[in-house]
Design a protein around this ligand. Structure first.
Ligand SMILES: NC(=O)c1ccc[n+]([C@@H]2O[C@H](COP(=O)([O-])OP(=O)(O)OC[C@H]3O[C@@H](n4cnc5c(N)ncnc54)[C@H](O)[C@@H]3O)[C@@H](O)[C@H]2O)c1
Length: 360
């Protein structure tokens, strides 16, 4: 029989607890220390069991700003980070869109799971290659379509899906504000950002697809072709296979960021405006034409939707669950953007082919 002293037993328990604790620790390598890199880093730093082990950015001084007192190392390349860091569980990609592919392929090649900001890629072909390569390398790929994590948007979806306002006829969404400032003014280069259609209202395309499913036809009008410096705007009409029509408006030609939506159904209206203090507003149509508004209260956000999104992706990694938004969803949202960009160029509507299909 083997006896162990109380001190020895305690030491063993502490050591096991300590080691288990470290097993659950998620080590993140962040790529890109700009606006979104800062946002993601702040949430990771506030999470238990998450360690931002490194940041890769071409601007070391920008990465330094994020780190503060944290023991995060700065690297100039993924290769350097992989070589020097003991372990990386997740590569989180927050570089400009046209660079996503390069980093997704590198992370997947090293067998590391990936969180990538939206839009997944600049072109549909790149996006498909990225998804296929991640599958081949058996790494998970999560895409930051954060609107699904905004309670107001999720609540509107629930109301619509539950039939609260009956069959939907028409939807309007709007999103935007100032022209965004990015590293090296990359947002102003249509061939890097894709303008409001690929960069901004892809959020609404994803949101609407989440509710209404496959899209049949897309028609777009916008400013992109006029090449006005630091002004972009688009109005896209999306017709779903179900017959629902959505007017999706995106702007980088105004002031103060805001987002709005309005669903008009057979028996009521659901509306939301981020500039107003009211939460999602549900108005049930009255047979006697009275127009009372019934507020559907939404408690003030305790958690940022970005925190919820990243926490959800890390949870899915731990449990192997399917995320609320998949890489295929990200691809399908891109298809709608691609169709809208094509329509903008040709001046005619673009019909999507097959199931959620590609522009033809
Ligand atoms: N989910 C959202 O709500 C949301 C909001 C804004 C932006 N985005 C997306 O996030 C991504 C990043 O946008 P942003 O506004 O943070 O951009 P940004 O310009 O603010 O930051 C980009 C960072 O990448 C760095 N960088 C440039 N080239 C690099 C390279 N080759 N290797 C490593 N680092 C490099 C730059 O130095 C900069 O720090 C884009 O895809 C954008 O569409 C998403």
């Amino acid at each position: 029989m083997v006896y162990m002293s109380l001190a020895g037993w305690k030491l063993k328990v502490y050591r096991e607890f300590f080691e288990r604790g470290f097993e659950t620790m998620r080590r993140i390598l962040l790529i890109g220390a700009g606006t979104m890199g800062m946002e993601h880093a702040a949430h990771y730093y506030s999470m238990e069991d998450v360690h931002v082990v490194g940041i890769v950015d071409v601007r070391t001084e920008q990465a330094q700003k994020i780190i503060g007192q944290h023991d995060t190392k700065i690297f100039s390349s993924v290769e350097e980070a992989v070589e020097q860091l003991e372990k990386i569980d997740v590569v989180d990609i927050c570089v400009p869109t046209f660079l996503h592919k390069e980093y997704v392929l590198k992370a997947a090649d090293n067998g590391i799971d990936i969180i990538c900001e939206k839009p997944l890629a600049y072109t549909l072909q790149d996006a498909r290659e990225m998804i296929d390569f991640c599958k081949e390398k058996q790494v998970r790929l999560f895409v930051g379509h954060v609107v699904r994590f905004f309670p107001q948007y999720a609540q509107a979806r629930e109301l619509v899906i539950n039939g609260t306002i009956g069959d939907i006829g028409i939807v309007r969404t709007k999103r935007g504000g100032n022209f965004p400032a990015g590293w090296s003014d990359w947002y102003a280069d249509q061939s890097k950002s894709g303008g409001v259609i690929l960069d901004l209202i892809i959020h609404d395309f994803d949101f609407l697809r989440w509710i209404f499913g496959d899209v049949e036809r897309v028609y777009a009008k916008g400013l992109a072709e006029r090449k006005l410096e630091h002004l972009d705007y688009a109005l896209v009409t999306v017709t779903f296979k179900s017959g629902v029509i959505a007017h999706v408006e995106g702007t980088w030609a105004h002031q103060t960021f805001s987002s709005q939506f309005e669903f008009a159904g057979k028996s009521g209206i659901i509306e939301y405006d981020s500039l107003k203090e009211e939460p999602v507003l549900l108005s049930v149509r009255q047979s006697n034409e009275r127009k009372d508004g019934v507020a559907v209260p939404q408690s003030p956000l305790k958690k940022s939707p970005y925190y919820s999104e990243l926490e959800h992706f890390l949870h899915c990694l731990k449990t192997n669950e399917t995320p609320l938004v998949t890489a295929e969803d990200a691809y399908k949202a891109m298809e709608i953007s691609a169709a809208a960009l094509q329509s903008l160029q040709t001046g005619v509507p673009v019909v999507l082919n097959g199931e959620g299909g590609e522009p033809v």
